[in-house]
Design a protein around this ligand. Sequence first.
Ligand code: UD1
Length: 434
Amino acid sequence: MLTSDRMLIRGGRPLSGRVRAQGAKNAALPVMAASLLLKGRSLKLSRVPDLQDIHTMADLLRHLGAEIEFKDGTMTIDVPEDLKWETPSDLVRKMRASSLVLGPLVARCGRAVLPLPGGCAIGSRPIDFHLKALTRMGAEIDLEQGSVHARTDGLSATRINFDFPSVGATENIMMTAALTEGETTIENAAREPEIENLADALRAMGASVEGDGTSTVSVKGARDLVSAKVTIIPDRIEASTYLLAGMITRGRVAVDGIDPAYAAALLSKLEEAGITAATSDDSVSLDCRGAGWNGVTIKTLPYPGFPTDMQPQIMAALCLADGTSIIHESVFDSRYMHVGEFRRMGCKIDIQGNTVVITGVPQISGAEVHASDLRAGAALILLGLAAEGETVVCALKHVWRGYERLTDKLRSLGADIELLPDGESADKFDDAGD
Ligand code: UD1
């Protein structure tokens, strides 16, 4: 895997061509965690993206006792009869999604220790919903020396109502419920497509799951789950990032292997801005040759609203719009760390609390900039592709967490980019986000 930390971009070239969407990182991570529900059986996943976060989750599962083979997008996870239930802080702190093993471990082993994830570059991100819901199901939870200690003599099915449709909390409780006898009902559940992919996996393993994709999900658990095969859905955030790479460079990019419905919120905002996508059953393309676009107002929301994971990338495109745009970030409490770096490239952005006002400019210029987190890094690359002159995006380690073969894919579209050896410019930001 590439580990280079900086990318040199010679901007101003319209991107053109087709790329294929990778499997969704945010679907693969919970499905991998769900393997822990098995005992002496295996889970086989296809279309798994080769990403840093996937390797972190694989290392965590190996630490707990699983055996994992991963080659050419296919991952086989063999889970032994006996599992460890203490998770190591070095792995957990690398990635917030490590908290997805908590529910499966409590359900499977009756115990779990998980170092509490700290804040990250996109907000405070507590896991209180996960913990309250596990407590309602009969787990005793204590916080000792910065770690969650959970134990139970037996969980029971119940009704859970989340204060906010948290993706991770919905997933954790669906997995816990899959091994808990009786019917657990989750109200105000998250409705993301990744939740449906996890539900498919749990059904294939023998649990009964209904209502996934709606805000009420019911799970009837089984005593013992069975070996299963699951295909990971396409990554809507990666696919959307390439579409915006085509748009911001005024080129023509098509993404294959993605259901356009997954990108509906983005496509409808682009249409409002004056850019209409062409879609088929499994591809989306934007022809922006010679195009301009207008400013729009966007509020990030849980699915099916506009995804917070596309907020930095759409902000990059709106910096070059005709007129003013407004973005209101309603999912995370501090997801504007990238704005300072955007300004270094000539973007005009004012921040007022969780709202930004963007005044479109006709041109931006290259600069050395630092990625504060995964999607911020992707957005800086988009700006670099559109900017006049050379841009160096530093701290790419954040970007490798979520974009498979990024350099190859961008080059295949005609981008003039080069990976540079790790520079002196130390990482300014510490991130366990996304
Ligand atoms: C997942 C995605 C991430 C995406 C986010 C929102 C994965 C691996 N990551 O993260 O890319 O940005 O959904 O779409 O799928 N909250 C609490 N208490 C909790 C849980 C959440 O207050 O117990 C808050 C969070 O701080 C945040 C909001 O709820 O403000 C949404 O978080 P959540 O949906 O849980 O995001 P993640 O599952 O962490």
